[in-house]
Design a protein around this ligand. Sequence first.
Ligand SMILES: C[S@@+](CC[C@H](N)C(=O)[O-])C[C@H]1O[C@@H](n2cnc3c(N)ncnc32)[C@H](O)[C@@H]1O
Length: 565
Amino acid sequence: MTLIKSLKKLIKSTENKEMAVKHVVYYLFRKKSKTENIDNLMLEYNFFYFDNLSYLDQEIDKLIEKNKNQFLESTPGDIYENITTKNLKKSLGQVYTPKNTVMDMIGMHDFSSITTDSDNKIIDISCGSGYFLIPIIEKYASKGFSVKNIVKNLVYGVDKDEFSVFLTKLSILLKYPELENKDLNIFQGDILFDSINPIDDYKFDLIIGNPPYIGHKNLSKNYKEKLYKNYNTYTNKSDISFCFFEKGYRMLKENGKIIFITSRYFMEGQNSFEIRKFLKNNYKIERIVDYNGSNLFKGANISPLIIKLSKEKSSGNFNYSYLYDEKFNHVDFNQGNLKSDKWIIRPQTQLELLRKLYSETQFRIKDFIEFKQGIITGLDKAFVVTDDIIKEYSLEKDLLKNWIKNSNIYKDHIINVNNYKLIYSKDLDISLYPKTEKYLNQFKSRLEKRRECKKGIIKWYELQWPRKREIFEEEKIIFPYKAKEPTFFNDKNNLFCSADIYIGICKDKDIKYENLVKYLNSKIFKFICSMELKKVGKDLYEFYPYALENLPIINKISFILNYSQ
Ligand SMILES: C[S@@+](CC[C@H](N)C(=O)[O-])C[C@H]1O[C@@H](n2cnc3c(N)ncnc32)[C@H](O)[C@@H]1O
């Protein structure tokens, strides 16, 4: 077993895992210390050595002995990043930028005019383990600055988390043993609210890093209220990362730069109106590198982009690179053409085509289709059954319906229709179905724990959100809510669907489902979707009704009513 795996196992065996993570990292690197300066740092932060966890130390010693090389090669950041807990990651937005991406981002800054007389201050305002700061120190050192001068006057870091501050300091001292803790400008504080001396007195040339990405669900009510009051970019359901652009603006010199890696969500998100407006109106966008749904981060489901901004009035074009089919495409885009409802950055020819498509029709999808969501059972294990179960329990046939999930749907066929049946249990007297009752009875205690059941809205043997039965028992369009491309199927076989499938019902009897589905699966509609729908993963779009509803139906209405091909 590797060092990391073994350490994880050790931490898993403890009661307070967050404490154990800190204890393990602290103990490991206290062992690695070879200089008095690091010993002094360790002494200052000795509260991360928890006496009640000292029983782990012997085991850690054995692991170091067994994995000596790995231990010697690893940095505090490497170890912490790999053994930290989900809770710590979530509450502080602790996600670590891959080393090559850090280097790419540093490479986006122009260091060419810097000479040893310059006083170009650089800061990472959410510095984590110092992943950005160490290569920046190296970069300055390569320009002839002394390391002491760099850390005393040019390179700064802040993190809200005291342990991260310790990790950054430790990483720098391990790399540069000649430095002392007192030379370093790494501070603990909440950059959005705390006054941090001497950071408040400076204006910076470059703010670089990976601001924490923490959604509204993981912030306390009080904290959110403070954000609303102090940051215009923080509105309903925003992400805290937006405020880092606003705070960054206040901390920059005129013409100073920001280089952040952040989620691409703000370009299209419904709750990102203010951040789009703020960026467009206050900064000159110099560059965007959009991973377009590909994930870069270990253990975090974030589609990132890198954005480089300059604190100056915008003028003209910026370079937008987006990943498509494993390679980057490049577009020069005029900042003035960014719309506040969402940023669609594509070549002018594609935007022109999209504009033309809209201008040729007044019809929207919502004029033709009403959308519904599939069923939430509340416990699939109980309600979704195989033939073997049906036979074993002789389940009553008239409650059983063909059941599909999103992965069953293709444009022109459905796979594995007969693999699963749903027990469609809604508004019924279960005693009339004794075999089904007996079968469901084994799940009774879990079924009773469902919220709707506790509130008395449904009986223990009923589906949680069964929807209206008629929706499923008529002709309809069904489609997965996330897919690579439009995948609409015209179902005439009364399929019952799970909630990861949406259902479209034609609003008018004269509309021919087949024709509508042909349009929805057409190349032109695929193009419209690729421009308009939210990209949520590598080659993955979100087909949510609120977004689909407003897309155009470009063919003449007669095409839909009477498609003859
Ligand atoms: C996404 S991590 C980035 C870590 C590191 N810069 C990297 O990219 O590898 C975000 C960091 O922001 C810190 N953080 C969260 N809220 C903060 C705040 N309000 N002020 C300063 N730092 C904060 C977290 O502790 C975490 O270390």
